[in-house]
Ligand binder design. Sequence first.
Ligand SMILES: Cc1cc2nc3c(=O)[nH]c(=O)nc-3n(C[C@H](O)[C@H](O)[C@H](O)COP(=O)(O)O)c2cc1C
Length: 286
Amino acid sequence: MNNQIVYLAGGILLLNGLLQKYAKDYIKQFFRSRAEDQDQQMDIVIDLLITCFVTILSCSYYILTQSNKDAPQQQQQPKIDESKILESIMKKRRSITPKDYNDQLIDDQDIQHILECANTAPTHGKNEPWRFIVYKRENLNQFFTFVKDWYKQNSQEVFNNEEDREKAMKQIDNKFSEIQKASHIILLCMKRYANENNIMPEWEEISAVAMSVQNIYLQTAAKGFGGYWSSMTFAKDARDSKEMRQFLNLDNDEDRVFGSFVIGKVDDLSKFTRIPGEYKKKVEFR
Ligand SMILES: Cc1cc2nc3c(=O)[nH]c(=O)nc-3n(C[C@H](O)[C@H](O)[C@H](O)COP(=O)(O)O)c2cc1C
């Protein structure tokens, strides 16, 4: 309950009691001359009159102070231009790779908040096909080991010769040691038939996932972190494999893994800038 109301009720009771105790005798004196023999009824009437008077007085005071408090505040509140805030976050958003991260970790709660925002993306039919698997830095090796083991087991099918294999494995090792600097990686997945009663064309579901990734990008920038969408092309055979889907609890062959969102802390986000190409060249008004 509002504290003010509790104080007010206490005040009413106290004032009421005080008036009944000290003011009653004076009021009685005043009336006694007119109704000498009706002492008891007079007591009750006077008590009631005092209670009504105190209640009306207190309520008026409360209403007056409340309305005075609200009025200037409403006037003083500056109007927030949300469109400008959004524009500034959009312009601040950049793809920032692990070489620019410092070693600090991001709180899991921030990652959860980012993904809560990702979940608000538009989605045809409200199918919400995005799925996210988050790896914290301390567990990243589990994912890397899975990918490397996959290549070991499938090298015959994937590589034409030993030289190609060595080159690819070296690139994977380099990429993983870079990504080790990330605070978290978020594997970006699509559940193709998230709502089996409402099947949409694949491109619409892929687009919905991409829109959720844009929300991740924007919230990452708003929090001042660095991050980027890594397609994981360097490990694309493993990324697109049935085994990867199983590893990430995706049970349908048409479910997809679109790489990962790599995220980490940066010292100063404002130093990363990119001026996009002229928007007017991509727009036609009719
Ligand atoms: C679907 C998609 C996949 C991407 N994959 C990669 C990637 O694998 N590696 C990378 O460095 N950047 C990747 N990016 C980020 C782009 O390189 C980046 O958006 C582009 O350079 C423009 O820079 P900006 O995002 O800072 O504006 C990807 C972006 C998108 C939309």
